[in-house]
Design a protein around this ligand. Structure first.
Ligand code: GAL
Length: 644
């Protein structure tokens, strides 16, 4: 581990069967030795609570700890991440083992962080979970009449007279489906709190985290993270080893930003693969440079750690071919080990970056409840919804230009930003329309797209036309949205004064809104089909700010020209004072006086960059001073310190 320059170990994630081999019989000797050895070597432990996987004795004696599946069967013992969140006996057993761990190690000097469970996910359909859902509904709606109204149950005669009549999976009531997902989050959060409370009985000052999985659709992470001291996530990008690798890099960057934005604080990269992921369709080996690029990319976006799954390849089990720092061969003379050791040495040089922040002027809204609404949406274009891909496409236009962004939910605080991009904000949660309106009124710039302002939080359509309560803000009425078949396109033509530098003809696909300007300025019109002449892009001055409406899903060139033009018009801060070639990004962290500039080349080619004249900075990786002409190796990274 010292050779690998590794100084923290995540331990015990699935170790319940080793810690408590039979009910009430505990064996901590192996973990004591691990703690002591790690401490002696001046390293640290991230200690997991072991609920991610149940011991066989527990499932056998208390089958109610196992989940009930959608078909009503109780799941047999096995796999992982599959316990019932309601089961009192499971909660009791978890509390016991968590307390024992906290009591024994809570004050150990090597303990750095609590890692609560592992990758929470899933749901259970047992009687207790059903009752919990009904109780949750009752608390939310107060009366069954209010629920019937909010869910529009009279359609198809689905009116309920009691909460307990509600099924868990009646997707014909879209609001029920969305509420069920909210409930699953609430239930998971409740279980997380239960785990944390047990740890906190004996360990009050060691921070807690749990590892997240990017844009995992099953849980509203924006809610879950409120329980945590530190946000952490597991990143497993599928590098393709082709010319599109930079898009993979941009997509991963967006999730790093999401994790940083939850608390507007540094986060931790809890897991990443040393080498390959055996579960990818084609477990590609990382090309030279990619491992380090992936690691430093996390740091560039605000991670204060680079951690790996796994230290050493096991000989058996389903992940025996998953990348590890130490291979089955058993020594350190492998390319993966060398890469990890080099990253370790590099991180030591980056100590001044620790704890520094990223301060974006731009936020992109990615909202779980909105995602669930779009999942349930039946209309406009059911074959090509692509909410998350749409968010990624808008994000990429910032990444390409080295413009930092927070990725926030729609109910987050907007006061930090000058520009908010809100792709496909189909569902307006309570207060969001008012706050977006206020944001623009006070000078902010807002970008929204097709499929915006359609429903409220229980999926009831706004009356009075789309985009609902945002109609005055955008100065438009969206009469309808045309769905386009795959391959079908409509042209988009900017008006003759080339607003924002838009030029030529663009092409729309999949969604074409029919927009009436009601005070907004039309910046582009459609040029074909029966849409010809209708507005395709509008801007509305509102108070001291502007609200843009992109009426159709357009080609990449449009998005690039539009967001590029907007960035120039607004003078948005860019991390690098110069042009960035395709596939290269720049990201910066700052401690208020010094700035740490990360230049990341996510392409297979060497790249040259020219900064404005007079540019000077210290290369943190080799302590040289660099000027305005810079070179990046294939998949290469530079970390520069400015303003020291
Ligand atoms: C994570 C999980 C690890 C390991 C890893 C493999 O999702 O937390 O336990 O399975 O994936 O990539």
């Amino acid at each position: 581990m010292k050779l690998a320059h590794v100084n923290a170990m995540s331990v015990g994630i699935f170790s319940w069967a080793a810690l408590e081999p039979s009910e009430g019989r505990f064996e901590f000797g192996w973990l004591d030795r691990t703690f002591d050895l790690v401490q002696k070597n001046e390293a640290y432990i991230v200690l997991a609570t072991p609920s991610g996987s149940k011991p066989a004795w527990l499932s056998n004696k208390y089958p109610e700890a196992c989940r009930v599946l959608k078909d009503g069967r109780r799941e047999p013992h096995g796999f992982r991440h599959n316990h019932c969140y309601s089961s009192p006996v499971f909660r009791e057993k978890v509390a016991i083992i968590n307390q024992k761990l906290a009591e024994r190690y809570g004050k150990h000097p090597a303990l750095l962080l609590w890692h609560i469970s592992n990758e929470y996910s899933g749901e259970c359909q047992c009687g207790l979970c059903r009752a919990a859902f009904h109780g949750w509904l009752e608390t939310r709606y107060g009366s069954i009449g209010a629920l019937n109204q909010a869910w529009w149950t009279a359609f198809w005669g689905h009116n309920f007279s009691e909460f307990r009549q509600v099924e868990l999976h009646d997707w014909s009531i879209s609001a029920a489906a969305i509420d069920y997902k909210r409930f699953v989050t609430a239930q998971t959060v409740d279980f997380l709190r239960h785990e944390i409370a047990a740890v906190r009985r004996h360990s009050t000052d060691v921070p807690v985290t749990t590892n997240l999985m990017g844009m995992f659709p099953g849980l509203d992470y924006a809610k879950l993270v409120r329980e945590l001291d530190v946000v952490s996530w597991d990143s497993y990008p599928a590098w393709k080893n082709d010319a599109d690798d930079w898009k993979v890099a941009s997509d991963v960057s967006m999730i790093h930003d999401l994790n940083r934005s939850f608390k507007r604080k540094p986060f931790l990269l809890m897991e990443s693969a040393p080498g390959t992921q055996q579960w990818h369709a084609v477990p590609k080996l990382k090309r030279p440079g990619v491992q380090k690029l992936e690691a430093l990319q996390a740091v560039a976006h605000g991670s204060d750690s680079v951690q790996y799954f796994q230290w050493r390849k096991g000989r058996g089990g389903c992940e025996k071919f998953h990348g590890a720092v130490v291979d089955h061969v058993g020594h350190e003379h492998t390319r993966v080990f060398r890469d990890i050791a080099e990253i370790g040495r590099t991180l030591e040089k980056l100590a001044p970056v620790l704890g520094t922040s990223v301060e974006p002027e731009v936020a992109l809204i990615f909202d779980w409840e909105n995602m669930w609404g779009i999942e349930q949406l039946s209309g406009f274009n059911n074959q090509a919804k692509h909410y998350d891909a749409t968010c990624r496409a808008h994000y990429r236009e910032l990444w390409k230009r080295g413009i930092a962004a927070d990725v926030i939910e729609s109910i987050a605080d907007f006061s930090h930003y000058r520009l908010i991009i809100a792709p496909m904000l189909y569902m307006l949660r309570p207060g969001v329309a008012e706050r977006l309106t206020e944001f623009v009124k006070r000078g902010g710039t807002l970008v929204a797209t097709y499929v915006t302002g359609v429903v409220n939080e229980t999926d009831l359509c706004f009356t009075g036309g789309m985009p609902g309560p945002l109609r005055p803000l955008f100065g438009i009425w969206v009469e309808d949205i045309d769905g386009l078949y795959a391959g079908e396109t409509v042209t988009v033509l900017p008006t003759s004064d080339s607003p924002l530098g838009l030029k030529g003809s663009y092409s729309a696909r999949e969604f074409c809104s029919i927009v009436h300007a009601e005070g907004a300025t039309v910046l582009a019109n459609y040029g074909s089909d029966f849409h010809a002449g209708n507005p395709a892009l509008t801007r509305h001055q509102y108070g001291s700010g502007s609200a843009y409406f992109v009426a159709s899903r357009n080609d990449d060139r449009f998005l690039s020209d539009f967001q590029g033009g907007l960035a120039t018009e607004l003078g948005l801060r860019r991390a690098f004072p110069g042009e960035l070639p395709e596939g290269v990004t720049a990201q910066a962290r700052t401690d208020g006086s010094r700035e740490f500039l990360f230049l990341l080349n996510a392409t297979q080619k060497p790249q040259r960059l020219s900064a404005e004249s007079g540019f000077r900075a210290k290369n943190l990786l080799d302590s040289t001073v660099v000027g305005s002409e810079l070179e990046l190796e294939p998949y290469g990274v530079l970390v520069l310190e400015r303003g020291a």
